[in-house]
Design a protein around this ligand. Structure first.
Ligand code: NAI
Ligand code: AKG
Length: 450
């Protein structure tokens, strides 16, 4: 079956899964060359196998709200591939969660986790539960109820979930407590736990910091540095604030953050005090528009707007999938942006990707640039296995090494397969190829199992 045949079959089978189809097409568009050189992958039907999850577990979650009403939500775990290690990937709580979104995220996670070089397979899970406006007691009851179903299908050597949108340390801790209670086991079954009861230092920071470490390597490869650059960041969650924090620490000026309600613009740039305030507001689910009042007139809140209307050098979209359209990518270009680094998963839609590549903007795909989070999750798993903690500096140094390796592997694959053009490294093709080959080689070695 050719790559095109596989895509057509997926489109026929899953016509209502646009995000999943989008993610598969993106990978397919870059790996033909690998098949040309290694006929084993076609013979073993690697692409056909990797585009169908090992299994999807779906379940109902009953929980009780503060008024005593019974609420019912849907939950899923998509266990995509355990070719390289236990299934691994986050859990998302958001009303838009459905099978298409979790399949796209799980599919991406296979190659992202492979790129880290750590022994982790790919998975994703979540629920259509909306945390917005819920009390802490409701969040706790929901997390307990979610884990009461999920615990049967996970384990430290089987499937190790973590956080994602709507799931941070608080939710992971509630879920871990329920797992521990049901199984009477204290193991590294979830990552992103609280520091002090199994969580790794630097896990919260890792995705955002990692994206900036990737960017640093990218700049270096193009004889440039972070110093003095103006950066536009979207999102104001875990990934966004830590990407902003590291970019500022390395000498850049970050002038935007955003959420689903609008954009916060500060022409003077955020500093640590301002970022800490944003973190606090978000942790307490409070709005960002009070920034102006809090910081003596600095900053403007732009309701309903995206951050791509300001002059800058670098854009780091860190909110959600398909937040950047082709028109947004053009706006970035027109405002001087030449580097685009995906902190979120698939934030550029297909049109935006075409635009940035056609216009030779330097583009780092999420599966490479945001792999720092899952990489430190991998380090948390190993700390839990040997029952030891590593220091923040130790984990951060390891993260920097992993991000450099991911950068170099993607750049090397881009070069080896002839994708570099006019001094511009094609990180999208390089990352897809480097990640794909690791998984494909394992599948070939296993025969037909897996
Ligand atoms: N947390 C992690 O370690 C990792 C997260 N990611 C990805 O990064 C992205 C952000 O995740 P987190 O920061 O963890 O989540 P979060 O829940 O901490 O923050 C999400 C942020 O995005 C904003 N947002 C959501 N929908 C939006 C929209 N339509 N327009 C503008 N802003 C919107 C929210 O207001 C919030 O500020 C997601 O794509 C996630 O899959 C990727 C790798 C690891
Ligand atoms: O740390 C993890 O296992 C999950 C991270 C994640 O969900 C992601 O990389 O998108």
């Amino acid at each position: 079956m050719s790559m095109q045949d596989v895509i057509e079959r997926i489109e026929e089978r899953y016509p209502h899964q646009p995000e999943f189809i989008q993610a598969v097409k993106e990978v397919a568009s870059t790996i033909d060359v690998v098949y040309d050189r290694d006929p084993r992958f076609a013979k073993h039907k690697v692409f056909e196998r990797l585009t169908e999850p090992d299994r999807i577990i779906s379940f109902r979650i009953n929980w009780e709200d503060d008024e005593g009403n019974i609420q019912i939500n849907r939950g899923w775990r998509v266990q995509f591939s355990n070719a390289l290690g236990p299934y691994k990937g986050g859990i998302r709580f958001h009303p838009t969660v459905n099978e298409s979104i979790l399949k796209f995220l799980g599919f991406e996670q296979i190659f992202k986790n492979a790129l880290t070089g750590l022994p982790m397979g790919g998975a994703k899970g979540g629920s259509d539960f909306n945390p917005e406006g819920k009390s802490d007691s409701e969040i706790r009851r929901f997390c307990y109820a979610f884990m009461r179903e999920l615990y049967r299908y996970i384990g430290q050597d089987m499937d190790v979930p973590a956080g994602d949108i709507g799931v941070s340390g608080r939710e992971v801790s509630y879920m871990f407590a329920m797992y521990k209670n049901l199984t009477n086991e204290y193991t590294g079954v979830l990552t992103g736990k609280g520091v002090g009861f199994g969580g790794s230092l630097c896990r919260s920071e890792a995705t955002g910091y990692g994206a900036v470490y990737f960017l640093q390597n990218m700049l270096k490869a193009h004889n440039d540095t972070m110093e003095g650059k103006t950066v536009l960041v979207s999102g104001a969650g875990n990934v966004a604030v830590h990407a902003a924090e590291k970019a500022i620490a390395l000498g850049a000026k970050v002038i935007t953050l955003s959420d689903s309600k609008g954009t916060l613009y500060d022409e003077f740039g955020f500093d640590q005090e301002k970022l800490d305030w944003v973190k606090e507001q978000k942790a307490n689910r409070q709005p960002l528009f009070e920034y102006h009042r809090k910081f003596g007139g600095s900053g403007v809140w732009l309701p309903g707007q995206k951050p791509w209307q300001f002059d800058g050098d670098i854009a780091i979209p860190c909110a959600t999938q398909n937040e950047v359209t082709a028109a947004d990518a053009k706006a970035m270009y027109d405002h001087g942006i030449r580097y685009v680094v995906e902190g979120a998963n698939m934030p550029l839609d297909a049109g935006a990707i075409d635009f940035v590549r056609e216009n030779k903007m330097r583009y780092a795909p999420g599966k490479a640039a945001n792999a720092g989070g899952v990489a430190v999750s991998g380090l948390e798993m190993s700390q839990n296995s040997v029952r030891q903690y590593r220091t923040f500096d130790d984990v951060d140094k390891q993260l920097q090494i992993i991000m450099k390796n991911i950068h170099d592997d993607a750049a090397q694959a881009s070069e080896e397969y002839g994708f570099n053009k006019d001094g511009c490294i094609d990180y999208m093709s390089g990352a897809n190829i480097a990640g794909y080959k690791r998984v494909a080689n394992a599948l070939v070695a296993y025969g037909i199992l897996n």
